[in-house]
Design a protein around this ligand. Structure first.
Ligand code: CAA
Ligand code: NAD
Length: 284
């Protein structure tokens, strides 16, 4: 099996920047690109600050931080991915946009290059059906925040080859992650369970329970590190709504119906921490 040594990451939001950071820290040559130049610059600033913090906490040496920085490069377009053996997309949770990106990447990269998706809920089989090499498409679902969370869900589409699966799994494990194999069904394992719980918390908020009480109840009563509304703000309410809509449409059951209050917040542009306001306010 050919070992993957070079990775491209598309989308430099909270997930893409985390995947790029962990890839570079694990010794992969990594290109990161975003179609929003400001977002790309922000990601490089944030990764630099994260590495600096890790040095200050003596988790890594300054030499290791420098080596990781040297491994990470800013791509100026998808053309820069031409020598990458695996490209991981972490762009908006929308099947049409992700398919368009994979179609744009396919003629640029080598026929052997793996096209991996960090999708939270979209069918890998459907994404694979949009390209001419569906055997090269796989789901690698990292958790947020990527540098901290140990899990990556692996998802095989119907057409994913054994080689694609084994190579991508080995790459993710070399990043220090533990993998589980999920079914290619909406929400996989984590979001199938997590998102309905968060949605239920939003229904309680809509019914008049205070956000602080809902979060304190779940933190202190079930030992979760963050209450569900804080976690929703952290994930991004836009992303959460995309996921719930996919769960609802694909699995067809009312229990996945997004809470109307969540829809309103997203319509208002209150996406959570990343936009400065969600169920809580974030001033800095
Ligand atoms: N990036 C990198 N490191 C981070 C970080 C970030 N964004 N946020 C926190 N950390 C690090 C801190 O530096 C700290 O490291 P040390 O222990 O080495 O000092 C460590 O994480 C703990 O951080 P804090 O002490 O500041 O805060 P905390 O104890 O509250 O932990 C947390 C923060 C790890 C985010 C924790 O609150 C947590 O685990 N929350 C739940 C996260 C979760 O459930 N993620 C899954 C979301 S669902 C998903 O990802 C799937 C999807 O498709 C939506
Ligand atoms: P985000 O909004 O923080 O970042 C998305 C980035 O993608 C933005 O910087 C945007 O400019 C860029 N982008 C959008 N369309 C693009 C395109 N066509 N080409 C290039 N760049 C493009 O989103 P995020 O939270 O990082 O989520 C990204 C993906 O990861 C989604 O599929 C999401 O479901 C998944 N995911 C999210 C979480 C989470 O907790 N937020 C966890 C696991 C997986």
């Amino acid at each position: 099996m050919t070992l993957i040594t070079s990775i491209g990451v598309v989308g430099s939001g909270q997930m893409g920047s985390g995947i790029a950071q962990v890839s570079a820290m694990s010794g992969f040559d990594c290109y990161l690109w975003d179609n929003n130049a400001a977002a790309l610059n922000r990601a490089f600033e944030s990764i630099k600050a994260q590495l600096q913090r890790l040095v200050e906490k003596e988790k890594i040496t300054s030499k290791q931080a420098q080596e990781a920085s040297a491994k990470l490069r800013k791509a100026s377009s998808v053309q820069d991915f031409k020598n990458c053996q695996m490209v991981v997309e972490a762009i908006v949770e929308n099947v049409e946009v992700k398919t368009r990106l994979f179609r744009e990447l396919e003629p640029v990269v080598a026929p052997t290059t793996i096209l991996a998706s960090n999708t939270s809920s979209i069918s890998i089989t459907r994404l694979a059906a949009g390209v001419t090499r569906p055997d090269k498409v796989v789901g690698v679902h990292f958790m947020n925040p990527v540098p901290v969370m140990k899990l990556v869900e692996m998802i095989r589409g119907l057409q994913t080859s054994d080689e694609t699966y084994n190579q991508s799994k080995a790459a993710v494990e070399r990043m220090g992650k533990t993998t589980v194999l999920a079914l290619d069904s909406a929400g996989f394992i984590v979001n199938r369970i997590l998102c309905p719980m968060i949605n239920e918390a939003i229904f309680l908020l809509q019914e008049g329970v205070k956000a602080e009480d809902i979060d304190a109840a779940m933190k202190l009563g079930t030992n979760q590190p963050m209450g569900p509304l804080t976690l929703a703000d952290f994930v991004g309410l836009d992303t959460l709504l995309y996921i719930l809509r996919i769960l609802h449409a694909e699995l067809g059951e009312d229990k996945y119906r997004p809470c109307p209050l969540l829809i309103k917040y997203v319509e208002a542009g209150w996406y959570g921490k990343k936009s400065g306001r969600g169920f809580y306010s974030y001033n800095s």
